[in-house]
Design a protein around this ligand. Structure first.
Ligand code: CTP
Ligand code: MG
Length: 216
């Protein structure tokens, strides 16, 4: 009888141990979700939200571009084109307008639905991000022509980061307060990882639907 009671108690304590271990595992999971998965996801979302007005102009320029080149076909002192036929007024205007339009939608969504967990876009930030992205793209083309690379030729790293450099340099000049409140080092790291991935993906799609001549 005494023996039976002990066995019964042994089983219960084993069960107790099992449940405690299970709870501990679950607790670890919630801790890692709170301290790792959720912050990672919200940083990713914030980085993307910040960059939307800068990401839109390039594909829209590729889609709508053409016609008069920004450099009017002129060559520089080195005999190469100033910017080349890949930079046109139509591409610049359509791209910047599209970036601003989508940014305006973000400003509206943020206010109308109280999406305060996301970074706040302003009229200035949206214009600077959209225009800065294509300014960076033009700056890159200018240097690309100077080192003798033809229009459309691949120039790794510069081709992917020109929009980030252009947007952030312009932001540093015209709205440094916005830059320093929103671009934390975590956000910057995510932007530097996310940008080439999105750039490559969109360009491969653009290449296959024949909007872009090259897949880079
Ligand atoms: N585009 C445009 N106007 C701009 C930017 C881009 O018309 N301001 C269009 C052009 O048709 C261009 C296409 O978008 O060919 C893809 O842009 P991008 O890859 O930046 O230009 P490339 O043709 O590769 O020229 P570059 O070598 O100077 O980067
Ligand atoms: Mg190109």
């Amino acid at each position: 009888m005494h023996q039976g009671h002990d066995n019964h108690f042994g089983f219960l304590s084993n069960l107790n141990l099992f449940i405690c271990s299970l709870l501990e595992v679950l607790e670890c999971y919630t801790i890692s979700a709170e301290s790792f998965i959720i912050p990672l996801f919200s940083t990713l979302l914030a980085a993307f939200w910040i960059m939307v007005p800068a990401y839109i102009p390039n594909p829209v320029a590729a889609l709508c571009g053409g016609g008069t080149p920004i450099d009017f076909g002129k060559t520089y002192a080195d005999g190469h084109r100033i910017l080349g036929d890949g930079k046109t007024y139509r591409g610049l205007v359509s791209g910047v307008c599209a970036g601003i339009a989508v940014g305006a939608l973000q400003i509206w969504l943020w206010g109308a639905f109280g999406w305060t967990f996301l970074p706040e876009q302003t009229a200035a930030s949206v214009v600077i991000l959209a225009f800065g992205a294509l300014l960076g793209d033009m700056g890159k083309s200018f240097i690309k022509r100077r080192i003798g690379k033809n229009r459309g030729e691949s120039w790794p790293i510069a081709d992917q980061y020109d929009l980030v450099a252009g947007a952030f340099i312009l932001m540093l000049v015209f709205d440094p307060a916005w830059l320093f409140t929103n671009i934390t080092w975590q956000i910057l790291v995510v932007i530097l990882i996310l940008t080439p991935i999105l750039h490559r993906t969109v360009n491969i799609i653009g290449y296959h639907i024949r909007v872009k001549k090259e897949p880079w």
